[in-house]
Design a protein around this ligand. Structure first.
Ligand SMILES: Cc1ncc(COP(=O)(O)O)c(C=O)c1O
Length: 388
């Protein structure tokens, strides 16, 4: 049994989540339930492997070794049935960095980039920074409140000439795991209108029981032609600080252009990042299974707490990830006032819903990738500030 219920001391480790609250909220003493990483002790094999590598003390230029590729290929095949060939893999330090290079290589300034808000903030920031034009097809709430793509609106946008669509699969912040039929439809539409699909699958290992992640590449033969997948072990195994991510590009023409762009800027992965990916993908499966049980119980805990102490808050069980999307709109507060109440009165650091697009008004994102005790602490402080 791995120990997920023990809080690691992260203060003073230059942790963005624990040490950057002063910078972001003007108060270092908040309960940190914001930045999307986790507070759990890492896979013991990882700690051992990195310590051993550090003692060896040669830190010269590096490249991806056979062990790295074998782990990555086996992991993807085992976990989601995704067949990956070594030559399809392009290493990048981060997923956001990878998406930036894909857009730079395969689209032009002024080209339209489509996203489905509410969605991860860099999906707005990256196209803007590259002078691409952002267009939106907001998710809508379907049956039983489940978020879904508004296919009519989505196609209407594609008709306007969209060069690239950034898919979040599973979707941060709403936690949707897309069904194969939905992905097939997205692939079919994007292929019809000549739109590149960038499928960000960084959360795809974190799937709760009853759901299955379908890699976009497995959605249909068309999907393989028109897409680039971005992946990493960083969310799953909490190794984001080691900067090891990768793109999977099946279409050789797209791959060639992206590779050239990466080479042009000498983009590479850190030696410890390669080692970390190799070890967690090789040895981390049981750890992940146990983590998912702990996270699912955390989500249930939040739901039952909200039901009994914060009945005006809208909450639902996420299908994936350690992020929950909470609806505080019943309080009728402007977003700024709402966020001030969390930071100033409740003393809890959360992500503002509007960082994910205007659809996030009245919402906050809660990170449950931590101990139940810390979540309870945060929720009790929120309940005291907001009342029933
Ligand atoms: C959908 C999504 N993509 C990418 C990232 C970050 O990736 P990276 O740190 O590798 O750039 C996150 C982190 O929260 C995310 O939620």
């Amino acid at each position: 049994m791995y120990e997920f219920d023990r809080l690691l001391e992260r203060k003073g480790t230059d942790s963005a989540k624990w040490d950057a609250m002063q910078q972001n909220y003007g108060d270092s003493g908040l309960t940190p339930l914001w930045v999307a990483d986790t507070d759990f002790p890492v896979l013991p094999e990882l700690e051992r492997a990195l310590s051993e590598r550090a003692v060896n003390a040669t830190f010269g230029y590096t490249f991806a070794g056979e062990g790295y590729y074998k782990s990555l290929i086996d992991w993807n095949a085992r976990r989601s049935g995704l067949r990956v060939a070594k030559e399809e893999v392009l290493d990048v330090p981060g997923v956001v960095c990878g998406i930036s290079f894909v857009l730079a290589a395969l689209t032009k300034p002024g080209g339209k980039v489509l996203i489905c808000p509410p969605v991860y903030p860099p999906f707005f920031a990256v196209p803007k920074a590259l002078n691409r034009e952002l267009v939106f097809s907001p998710l809508r709430r379907g049956e039983a409140g489940r978020h879904e793509v508004d296919f009519g609106g989505f196609e209407a946008k594609l008709k306007e000439g969209v060069k690239a669509f950034i898919l979040c699969s599973p979707h941060n912040p709403v936690g949707r795991v897309w069904e194969k039929s939905e992905l097939e439809k997205l692939a079919e539409l994007c292929a019809r209108y000549g739109t590149l699909v960038i499928s960000d699958e960084i959360h795809s290992d974190l799937i709760f029981p009853g759901r299955k992640h379908v890699p976009f590449l497995n959605a249909s033969p068309k999907a393989e032609e028109i897409s680039v997948t971005a992946m990493a072990p960083s969310k799953t195994f909490n190794v984001a600080g080691l900067k090891a991510s990768y793109l999977i590009v099946r279409n050789p023409e797209l791959r060639k252009k992206i590779r050239e762009e990466l080479e042009r800027f000498h983009v590479g992965v850190n030696l410890f990042g390669y080692k970390a990916a190799e070890v967690v993908y090789r040895d981390g499966e049981r750890w992940l299974e146990e983590l998912l049980v702990y996270l699912e119980d955390n989500a249930r805990f939040v739901l039952s707490f909200v039901e009994s102490h914060l009945p005006r808050v809208g909450a639902y069980m996420p299908e994936s990830t350690y992020l929950m999307w909470l609806d505080f709109s019943a309080y009728g507060l402007e977003q700024e006032v709402l966020m001030k109440k969390f930071a100033g009165e409740a003393k809890v650091a959360l992500n503002s819903g509007t960082a994910f697009g205007e659809e996030g008004k009245g919402h906050v994102r809660l990170n449950i990738g931590t101990t139940r005790a810390l979540i309870r602490e945060g929720l009790e402080k929120i309940a005291a500030a907001f009342g029933a």
